[in-house]
Design a binder for this molecule. Structure first.
Ligand SMILES: Cc1cc2nc3c(=O)[nH]c(=O)nc-3n(C[C@H](O)[C@H](O)[C@H](O)COP(=O)(O)O)c2cc1C
Length: 530
């Protein structure tokens, strides 16, 4: 009999890209069925949200990492709107010839944006108690139902769901992975936006998928009809104090509003393995003790004085690097330091599980570090296990000048540019930056705790990616998430044989070149709103 865990292992294997064969996809893009990037619920009451003025939020990016800074902003609808804009809002429109497409504060594989965001509010002036869907294109909330939630004072719930079809349209079977990466980016983006307001944000990791779907109305067949369904991802509690436990909200709404739009007129392909892995990864209610981050020195400092909102809105993916720009070793150390969980420091304080992902870096241009392959371990006491697991030829030399709390090892001295490029589906961006990396998850041992942990591993990878995107902007360079890489090719280069470690996401950082053929237009010029 096939268990859910077997299904997850099988999905992961069959969606690996190999040098001689990519994971099964649609074999070309069918533009006639390109999914609408915006979900909306026709007929639901709409609430236009105020836009963040240019100077409304003074919080500096560097201060996000200082516990207690900034002081909490007032718990108002305008500030909830600011959070939604900074986390999920549009950041610009791009135009090339007659084609125009939106970019958002969060990145997304293929710019397809499978993640949808909802809020559940109670007792906030200017907005009805209930569940509301955020429509980023228009910066409006669409009310889905009236609901008397039972939330702590000055908090609200933010729920995330994924529409797998959006990614599957382009990427086929591997799309489920990308939806999870994007959910991870969305978790981090939410935490950073809350931090810019001096608020906390906590993933309610005990809730079941059924709890989330029930509260957000994702299980309402009548409202979706045959429109593309949304799968529950996570529920987060946000506000001035989110420490208290919160049991799943099971109040029943009296009435629901709105009908989900169809994203594509029809689907040229079905992807049953995505349905199967999604079912196998269904999360029950759990009661795990929260993991506590070990004490660490204060975060390494950052010279950049820019406001958090500026860094968040200017974030972009580099499409090409100059093959020349280097960064200092201190800049790299700061970036790595920000990937370590610390108590009460965003974004890692939003999740309550121990780090399960470590980094294999291909260092090309970092002043003061010999080019080569490096390993960065995000939890202590792992070196001997890693040494046993990875290539016996690796040297394990502590990186020169590295602060003692950062476990960064040079394992091979090499010009790794060609290898990095080849392993990341021959993409130049993996070779032409200052460094690129693969995220190595403790895979098999983590999944033994439940098949749904598969999703959490990708979320953690997405959070890591988001930290690196923002840190790159703050350092004056630029990052790009890389979902296309040859899984077992990476494992072979690192000497990984079994399933204890698997590479789940790649990332690259360097000096970006701008595509001058593209015109950039402001995010919300189409709205007549202040
Ligand atoms: C999970 C994930 C995987 C991605 N994979 C790639 C990739 O393999 N190659 C690439 O050039 N960009 C990749 N990107 C970057 C996206 O193409 C980019 O986020 C999207 O086009 C939106 O642009 P923006 O990030 O500038 O807003 C990836 C992004 C994410 C979040």
């Amino acid at each position: 009999m096939t268990t859910p865990l077997d299904t997850v292992f099988a999905y992961h294997e069959r969606t690996k890209h190999h040098f001689q064969r990519y994971a099964a996809g649609p074999g070309g893009l069918d533009w006639a069925t390109q999914p609408d990037p915006f979900r909306s619920f026709a007929g639901s009451p709409q609430l236009a949200l105020p836009l963040l003025g240019a100077t409304t939020l003074q919080t500096r990016y560097a201060d996000l990492y200082q516990p207690g800074a900034p002081a909490p902003h007032a718990f108002t609808l305008a500030n909830i709107a600011a959070l939604l804009e900074l986390a999920f809002g549009l950041s610009a429109w791009k135009k090339y010839g007659a084609t125009r497409w939106a970019l958002r504060c969060i990145p997304s594989s293929g710019n397809l944006h499978p993640t949808e965001a909802y809020v559940v509010v109670q007792g906030t002036d200017g907005i009805a108690d209930g569940v509301h869907h955020y429509l980023s294109r228009d910066h409006v909330l669409e009310q889905r139902c009236d609901l008397p939630a039972d939330l702590p004072a000055e908090t609200f719930l933010l729920g995330l769901s994924s529409i797998h079809w959006r990614e599957a349209w382009k990427y086929g079977e591997r799309a489920y992975r990308y939806c999870q990466h994007d959910a991870g980016h969305a978790i981090a983006a939410t935490r950073y936006a809350a931090a810019a307001l001096g608020w906390q944000a906590r993933v309610l990791s005990g809730w079941s998928d059924a709890d989330i779907a029930g509260l957000l109305g994702l299980d309402r067949d009548a409202d979706f009809g045959d429109a593309e369904r949304e799968h529950p991802d996570v529920m987060m509690l946000i506000g001035r104090n989110v420490a208290e436990p919160l049991t799943p909200q099971r109040a029943v709404a009296q009435a629901w509003y709105g009908q989900a739009n169809h994203l594509s007129p029809h689907h040229a392909h079905d992807w049953p393995v995505i349905e199967a892995v999604a079912a196998a990864c269904t999360k029950p209610e759990t009661h795990e003790p929260a993991w506590q981050a070990p004490p660490l020195p204060d975060p390494l400092s950052l010279a950049n004085q820019a406001r958090a909102s500026e860094i968040i809105k200017q974030r972009r993916s580099a499409q090409e690097f100059d093959g020349n720009t280097s960064i200092s070793a201190d800049t790299l150390f700061r970036m790595l330091d920000m990937t370590l969980p610390r108590a009460a420091v965003p974004p890692w304080d939003t999740i309550d599980w121990a780090p399960r992902i470590h980094l294999a870096l291909f260092i090309h241009r970092v002043e003061g570090l010999v080019p080569g392959v490096y390993l960065f371990l995000r939890s202590a006491h792992l070196e001997s296990k890693m040494r046993a697991e990875l290539s016996g030829e690796f040297q394990w030399v502590r990186a020169e000048g590295c602060p003692a709390h950062l476990e960064l090892y040079r394992v091979a001295e090499a010009d790794a540019r060609n290898a990095a490029k080849t392993l990341s589906c021959h993409q130049d961006i993996a070779a032409d930056g200052a460094f690129s990396l693969g995220m190595l998850a403790e895979y098999e041992s983590s999944l033994a705790h439940g098949p749904w942990i598969y999703r959490q591993l990708f979320w953690e990878a997405g959070i890591l990616g988001h930290v690196l995107y923002l840190e790159a902007e703050a350092a004056g360079v630029r990052g790009t998430g890389i979902g296309c890489y040859f899984d077992d090719g990476v494992h072979d280069v690192l000497g990984i044989k079994g399933r204890w470690l698997q590479s789940l996401y790649h990332f690259t950082i360097g000096g970006a070149l701008t595509d001058t053929r593209l015109e950039t237009l402001p995010a919300y010029a189409h709205l007549k709103r202040e």
